[in-house]
Design a protein around this ligand. Sequence first.
Ligand code: XMP
Length: 509
Amino acid sequence: MILIIDFGSQYNQLIARRVREFHVYCQIDPPNVDIDYIKQLNPKGIILSGGPSSIYEKNSPKCDAAIFNLNIPVLGICYGMQFMINALGGTVKKARKREYGFAELKVKEGAGLFNTVGGKTKTWMSHGDSITKLPRGFKITASTENTKIAATVHTKKHLYGLQFHPEVHHTAKGKTMLRNFLFDVCGCKRTWTMKSFAKDSVSQIRDVVGDKKVILGLSGGVDSSVTALLLHHAVGKNLTCIFVDNGLLRKNEAQKLKKTFKQHLKINIRFVNAKTKFLKALSEITDPEKKRKIIGKVFMDVFESEAKRIKGAEFLAQGTLYPDIIESQSAFGGPTSVIKSHHSVGGLPKKMKLKLVEPLKYLFKDEVRLLGKALDLDEDLIWRQPFPGPGLAIRIIGEINNKRLLILRNVDDILLDEIKNSGYYRKLWQSFAVLLPIKSVGVMGDKRTYENIVAIRAVTSKDAMTADWAKLPHKLLGKISNRIINEVKGVNRVVYDISSKPPSTIEWE
Ligand code: XMP
């Protein structure tokens, strides 16, 4: 495995992605990890990420410099390189000219990281400080016009530094450099596959859980479904899944899920019909945050009382993914300001004294999909777009009631049908409809109508942190609008949301 130390770079998840694309396992940890922990991990190599700080700032992140004496190859990127050079006795100073964007790299030594890279190559720079003096034993291996020490190496100690970012795709030969580091320098092997992950994960779960009982909240999304499959392989009948039907699901969703999990996978699953409870609690509520809080609370109550019936349960399994973990332990820590209170079962383990099992906590979303594939999960489930816990409640702006739910369900069903038929479904992060709280005038069959408006939202995104509105073909949008107005009673206008995130969010509430 490769250990990535996170100095707060916006690109650190990208470094991890690149390493894993080479089928090498890697893990991101904050700078304050203990040196004994690193020794225990025994990584084949360590990558020090970039970061927004200057090494001379008082609170700039630092890790234990003892890592340079472990006889483990180290690659420092940008701030990571400056940290390494500074820690080993070199000098870093404010650059006379800051370098942002493309820079041509002149390679002096075509060995090590630059094997097969060539004499000149385009790189992506983003730094205000530069190295002015190298410690003993280091030499310059590449330069740009403004940065003399753009790359360095201490060959004997296997310490490498790059001032630019090899992980971004703007660095033309970045992948080659990372590959050279992983395989030539560190001697990694391509053993990280989803089949091997599944095997290891099942045996780890068995070690931890033993013959105890496990509960899992199944939402119908890919993360909780894959978690359920892994747990099922590991503990079989000792796993009980709980699916709470909150009445805020898409059309036929609960039935489809029932079929997949009960008939095909034979997983022990309890379906709880709590529609009335949720709708009652939400009646006349229009404030988005209030809706979320109510849904969260009712969910907890329903889930808890169902879980209590499973006697002797000691564990709660969750489909937490790696980006959530990284976010909560980043170099500078601290939760970001609350934009929306997301719905999860996070409070349950504490309340019910359950221990957590989170087998996906080192995976990215697309790896979870690959894992689902390796476990023979239904294709429809694997490729299902994310669906928020509070469901249609946050897509019905204003009051939620059965009538409005029915309208939105039917609209949403047509939208998904057309998006799937057009081949866009997998290309989009999400595509859904929103029911607005206003009406507009229309004309149908020579008669005046005064009916609802729905908005269509379709976005592309890698991780939901940022998103762009999808440039769907006008013909497709026209067809969607036409079908909705013709087929769904109560809708006479369809609009398309053309806002990106930021400044908008993906969901409307
Ligand atoms: P926003 O609207 O904040 O959404 O841009 C980002 C992503 O998160 C999903 N989302 C949720 N998922 N519980 C969830 O499980 C929630 O409460 C929740 N709110 C938003 C949203 O669908 C998008 O993918």
